[in-house]
Design a protein around this ligand. Structure first.
Ligand code: NAI
Ligand code: MG
Length: 491
């Protein structure tokens, strides 16, 4: 822990107490040496494998299949057969039962999933245990509730399933993104081929075990692991009716180009550079907590991370001082330690990207602050960082860093805050901190962002639709809106 202002005492009492380590046991998780592709309810032997590792120390965890176009073809065929063989015609009330079962099983096995998520992805166990797992289960519960009420959700529109959904997800919330994709697809009567990200396949593979426990009919959900080539094979597969993608804007654009003219449906949830805006009447201590949660949660690997902080000039100095002081108390280290606030960076490639962008910030003239911090020797780590003196033109103010790095900018009037916040090709989320309700509403109406949080940040709920504007993508996930991409209407 870093130096904090400590009271001077006459008597010599120990004052540098630190947290003892509080590791979560990993015994609850059984990782197999080798995983196949989960297709048609069976594990098929992969033609080729790669090693998935733990980012905290680069420990090899398992050999995982690098899905080939043939694997994808088999998975799509299995999904099509399951769709035609009864899943799509099953009454909604029956589909709901499977979703409820899956939700309950996730709750029962949540510690196992949380440990595996932290091990394979690097996020603190505190977050996987208290955020990822409860939310993943909540998504299944929530969409289970809709499965037999689609006619009420869309009155007089005769909702029908779309068919086979190809779903490609990223590594920042592996199980949660799976839940966001799989739950609404199944609730609407579709079948699924899902590809987890190459660095974080293990919780999706453990989820196959939950599917078997839930006795979900074979082929309704198929999981194919592999890298971008496997993803591209899903996009190109002729018998897929809909693609749902979460990831980089670059790949999102590529997918949109590939699908143009094919008639296949598409939803994209892409990158962003969220503005977190603090007015001079905001409760500063709460705002500091919100800023910290906004950018250092999950090492900043969050599509809606509050990576651009806009501070009203009159409170700039006290706010930055409070923020720096708070940063020094963040505990960076072993994701499996229950005290850890900031875990490991997900991959060597992502660490490299963060380093490169941070170096560009220093070079362009921003002032960097990093608290003193002992980083583990092995693995991928980055110290929580704040940049001040940032101009809007700097790369760190424009490009998605996707790491624990905050850029602080200032403004004088609400109009200026708005103009600067909207001055980006993206639009996914934003935060407003002020005591005035009228100002919150004024800002929320004008911010070009799919989600606007007021006096809080990074809050998620399955009932609330989430999605972007502009280059952050299109389509909504969550809420009743999240059903629509998985339905066609016989009007
Ligand atoms: P990515 O977009 O390459 O990967 C996301 C998913 O897409 C993975 O499952 C990957 O295997 C798959 N994929 C890659 N190329 C594909 C292709 N041509 N066709 C179909 N699927 C493909 O993102 P990456 O490389 O992991 O991260 C790069 C940057 O993207 C990050 O630094 C971050 O800025 C951003 N990102 C944004 C996310 C978000 O939640 N919006 C999530 C992950 C990354
Ligand atoms: Mg990529």
């Amino acid at each position: 822990m870093a130096e904090l202002d400590k009271p001077k005492r006459e008597v010599d009492v120990p004052s540098d107490w630190t947290y003892a380590s509080a590791p979560e046991s990993r015994d609850i998780v059984h990782i197999r040496e080798r995983y196949g592709q989960f297709i048609g309810g069976e594990w098929l032997e992969p033609a080729e494998t790669y090693e998935t590792i733990a980012p905290r120390d680069e420990e090899p965890l398992a050999a995982v299949g690098q899905g080939t176009p043939e694997d994808v073809g088999r998975a799509v065929a299995a999904a099509r057969a399951a769709y035609a063989d009864g899943w799509s015609a099953l009454p909604g009330s029956e589909r709901a039962k499977y979703l409820f079962r899956i939700a309950r099983l996730l709750q029962e096995r949540s510690r196992e999933f949380a440990v595996l998520e932290s091990l394979n992805g690097g996020k603190p166990i505190k977050e996987s245990r208290d955020v990822d797992l409860p939310l993943a289960a909540a998504h299944f519960f929530y969409y289970a509730g809709w499965a037999d009420k689609l006619e009420y959700a869309f009155p007089n529109r005769r909702p029908r399933p779309v068919g086979v959904a190809g779903q490609i997800i990223p590594w920042n919330f592996p199980l949660l993104m799976l839940a966001w994709k799989v739950a609404p697809a199944l609730a609407c009567g579709n079948t699924v081929v899902l590809k987890p990200a190459e660095t974080t396949p293990l919780t999706a593979l453990l989820f196959c075990d939950v599917l078997r426990q839930a006795e979900l009919p074979a082929g309704v959900v198929n999981i194919v692991t592999g890298d971008g080539r496997t993803g591209a094979a899903i996009v190109e597969s002729e018998d897929v009716d809909k693609i749902a993608f979460t990831g980089s804007t670059e790949v999102g654009k590529e997918i949109q180009r590939r699908l143009a003219g094919t008639g296949k449906r598409l939803t994209l949830e892409l990158g962003w550079k969220a503005a977190n805006i603090v007015f001079d009447d905001a409760a500063l201590d709460q705002a500091v907590e919100g800023i910290v949660n906004g950018i250092y949660f999950n090492q900043g690997h969050v599509c809606c991370a509050g990576s651009r902080l806009f501070v009203q000039e009159s409170i700039y100095e006290p706010l930055v001082a409070k923020l720096q002081r708070r940063l020094a108390t963040l505990r960076v280290g072993d994701p499996l330690d229950k005290n850890t606030d900031v875990g490991a960076i997900n991959s060597a490639a992502q660490l490299e990207k963060i380093r490169e962008l941070v170096a560009s910030g220093v070079e362009e003239g921003a002032e960097i602050y990093q608290p003193p911090c002992d980083l583990p020797e092995k693995g991928y780590w980055f110290v929580p960082t704040v940049f001040t003196n940032v101009a809007q033109s700097y790369r760190i103010a424009q490009e998605e860093i996707f790491g624990p790095v905050l850029s602080v900018l200032t403004f004088r009037t609400p109009e200026e805050a708005l103009e600067k916040a909207n001055n980006t090709p993206y639009g996914l989320s934003a935060g407003v901190w002020t005591e005035k309700g009228s100002r919150i509403l004024w800002m929320a109406q004008r911010l070009r962002a799919g989600v606007v949080w007021a006096n809080t940040f990074n809050r998620f709920d399955p009932t609330s639709p989430f999605g972007g504007y502009k280059e952050s993508g299109f389509g909504r996930e969550g809420g009743r809106h999240g059903l629509e991409p998985y339905l066609r209407f016989e009007e």
